[in-house]
Each structure stands twice: as structure tokens, then as C-alpha cells.
Ligand binder design. Structure first.
Ligand SMILES: [Zn+2]
Length: 165
């Protein structure tokens, strides 16, 4: 089994972290790498409590793009962390075969009027990913935020490390 650190290094090599850190720029790079656009939608926290990753985030996959739905009350670093958790699932390939598709709940669908339920392929939350994948996505979000916001000197040495091995 590949170590988390190695997988994180691969992810950072495929999609470099912007320096200085900028979530929008990073999401654009992830989208370009995967060939699928990514959009963000916020919903009231209570909607995600039972189904979301850490009760706060959800990956909604359509035929040609992905939507990250997250807690509207999350701000700044907290919101970045929730979004990066979902990006971790994407970059680690957690959405591929073998993952059960949960139909979108009517209460959630009502909060996302711009998303046609018929267009949704998968709604992926913590129960769909399971404990191991949840932990991996969480560590990915932790590591990304740490490396993304390290002082510039340390950030540079990380990138050299990532390229050299
Ligand atoms: Zn998750």
C-alpha cells in the first residue's frame, strides 16, 4: 500500500499548490488536470449533518462536471478545508467504480435549484466513502492547507522534495 505521504506528493506533483495559496486558482488547476469543471455551492449546515463528509461537505458528480456542496456557515480556512477534503476524494480516485451512488435527498435537491436531479450521477458523502477514504481525504486536506500556507522558504523546499523523488 502506498503511503499517504507518497500519494500526497503525487497529487501535489500533478496539481501544484499555488503560492501564495489561492483556492480558486487551485480548483481551476484540479479541474484542468481532471478535465472536469468544478463549481461550489453552499447550503445550510443542517442539510449536510447526517450525510456530508465530517457533516459539512458533499461531492455531487454530473456527467461532465463536479459540484462541491458545503456548509454555508464555514468561512475562510474552515471552508477551504471542507472543499479540499472533497478534492482529496477526487484526486485519490475515490469516486470511481464500486462506490454506491446515493440518490439526492429531496430536501437537499430543493436547496440546489440550479442542479437538475436527473443530471446527477452520484452524490458522495461520508457513508459512501467509508472510514479509510474519509481519513485519507481528511489527511489530504490537512496536509494541503499546511503546505499551502507554509512560509515561502519551506514551501520551496517541499516542492524540490516532491520533484526529486
Ligand atoms: Zn469525505
Amino acid at each position: 500500500m502506498t503511503s499517504m505521504e507518497a500519494r500526497f506528493r503525487d497529487a501535489a506533483r500533478n496539481v501544484p499548490l499555488p503560492s501564495p495559496w489561492n483556492l480558486s486558482a487551485y480548483l481551476a488547476s484540479v479541474a484542468a488536470h481532471r478535465g472536469r469543471s468544478i463549481s461550489l455551492q453552499t447550503v445550510p449546515a443542517g442539510t449536510l449533518a447526517d450525510i456530508g463528509c465530517r457533516g459539512a461537505g458533499l461531492w455531487v458528480a454530473r456527467g461532465h462536471d463536479d459540484i462541491i456542496v458545503y456548509d454555508a456557515s464555514a468561512t475562510d480556512r474552515n471552508a477551504d478545508h471542507i472543499i479540499l477534503h472533497e478534492i482529496g476524494h477526487m484526486l485519490f480516485g475515490h469516486g470511481k467504480n464500486g462506490t454506491a451512488a446515493t440518490p439526492i435527498a429531496p430536501t437537499l435537491a430543493a436547496l440546489l435549484p440550479s442542479i437538475s436531479p436527473a443530471a446527477i450521477k452520484h452524490v458522495l458523502g461520508r457513508n459512501d466513502f467509508g472510514t479509510d477514504r474519509e481519513r485519507d481525504a481528511e489527511v489530504f486536506a490537512d496536509m494541503t492547507l499546511v503546505y499551502a500556507t507554509l512560509p515561502r522558504r519551506k514551501n520551496r523546499s517541499f516542492r524540490l522534495f516532491g520533484r526529486g523523488r
